[in-house]
Write a protein that binds this ligand. Sequence first.
Ligand code: ARG
Length: 707
Amino acid sequence: MSASSIRFLMCPPKHYDVDYVINPWMEGNVHKSSRDRAVEQWEKLHHILKDQAIVNLVTPQIGVPDMVFTANAGLVLENTVVLSRFYHKERQGEEPFFQHWFEEQGFTVFTLPKDLPFEGAGDALFDREGRWLWAGYGFRSELDSHPFLAKWLDIEVLSLRLMDERFYHLDTCFCPLANGYLMYYPPAFDAYSNRLVEMRVPDAKRIAVSEPDAINFACNAVNIDRTIVLNKASDDLRARLEEVGFRLIETPLTEFMKAGGAAKCLTLRVTEPLQPAHHAVVAIESRTIQLEGHLLDSGLINRALDLIVEGGGTFQVMNFQLGEQRQSTSTAEVRVTAPSHDVMEKIMSQLIDLGAAPQPQEICDNPLEVVMLNGVAPDDFYVSTIYPTEVRVNCEWVRVHNQRMDGAIVVSRTPEGVFAECKLLRDLQQGDRVVVGVEGIRTVRKTESREQRTSNDKEFSFMGAGVSSERRVELVVEQIAWDLRRIHDQGGKVVVVAGPVVVHTGGVEHLSRLIREGYVQALLGGNAIAVHDIEQALMGTSLGVDMKRGVSVRGGHRHHLKAINSIRRCGSIANAVEQDVLTSGIFYECVKNNVPFSLAGSIRDDGPLPDTKMDLIAAQQEYAQLIQGADLILMLSSMLHSIGVGNMTPAGVKMVCVDINPAVVTKLSDRGSIESIGVVTDVGLFLSLLVQQLSKLTSPYQIAQVV
Ligand code: ARG
């Protein structure tokens, strides 16, 4: 198309002023612009454009001062226009005037549903080759408007999320140029949008502007072939644009910048030729989810909505039923929209972890894919979490068995009905049908009552504070002692995961006592804790250090090997106990009190003990078996074994993690405060305090009997 057939729409600034504040530029500028200077600046721009193209005018109207910004009239392609629906009521008055103009000119006019904001060419810019439409959202235009653009204009829409309120319209920070160039200000967009831009526009064609240029509205430029008309450009930007063949015309538009607009905002290109063969591809997806629980007082609704927006999506709350009584729960229906399938899946999997569920009537079957290779899941498999999970099959929710994190969900049909279970990747068999995507998945989260919640906060909130003072440690130990006592009295199950530090810090006698008195039902560790415990029992040292005097014993480093050797001679720890070779310590107590233990592996080649499982898969299976049915897991200074155990354990099992290193404690506390207590302290000290507390406690049941 020759330059002379290009047409623009402008609106003379007869009634222009800054009358209100709807963007940060207008702040402090109400009634501060000069009408005379505005007219003069506008005339200059008008003049420059008339040299390059045809300029049509729309009649300015009283009461709608921002009507000068014709970019926001609508989005034109060929003979079609999608009219703007302004976000702010201050500008909604412009809509009928622009509509009238388009109709008069014979455009086919599309209007968006009410309450679906979209601000025209201010937020939607064609690639200058017409290959696709860049569309902004985040401040003025709603992501949900983009599918309409794709449908009505039959063009691929690439949605970009605006993050900086100074750049509230796409055309304030993004300017597609001739020959596939793009001038833009990357920090105005989120990471995902930047990636999208980088995938579409090759490096050599991307001209990123500096913040000072962005603030001078350099990106708010009118591009006609090789000419770029803008308010102002730095020398550097000018040089870069000229180097690739553009010619710059600067024309001051400072009066309009007081309202947050410049060259591009003041114009609307009304001849946008249709490019054949680039058809609508709508990447945007929407789904409706349900949330139930103490949505307001637990902050759940806020967390869910924040998560959607932080993840790059947008939402619309369709329905909110407020639980009116203190105890009654609320329900909400939220429509989630995301710019692509990937973003949607990411947001949905996090929402599922919060307990969000899809509309049951919308989904009858979650898609399944068949395993083609043993031990390998289909690409898009759903990664299981610790939370009780249900999956949609045959229009019903089916509970998943063997719940654990980091697995895949396998669905099978048995004569008794549909069966779903978590399987580790390595256990997947060819032909297994695995849940993919997140459409028909929900996790069942317990709704806590207000009372539970506040008491939990009290007990465990110190956790978040990281390092805990000694006094706090005492308080927590008291709480844990009560729990141990209660589980003990009710015949429950406590599993201890322990590292060798328990021995070095003098914890042996205390842990031994806990085992002896029936507070421990299983012990998990590696080769080291057993070797150190046994070395101490046999020789009084741990890695050659005398545990009573705290000094190295001459030649003591050999004790370690001697301990291993003694047990190897007996054939097992149990045999050593039976033969009176081993007569005290943690593992002695385990054998004596029939407390099963599992020792998982060693990378050291000085052992291992005969009891140590060097086949890690077998060891993991033994661990998993021993934690079944646990009420509480006490993790004592063993980072890797503790994390391993944490991953195998479904939600609902209380965990106490003790370590001198706060990083270890925080790692384990990802599970949410209700279930994990972290104690940053010396593990020997912790155990001695715990034993002390326990001996102070009298069983509540005994008290009851006395009364
Ligand atoms: N004051 C106007 C507003 O905030 C400025 C519009 C600028 N237009 C644009 N296409 N960026 O809506």
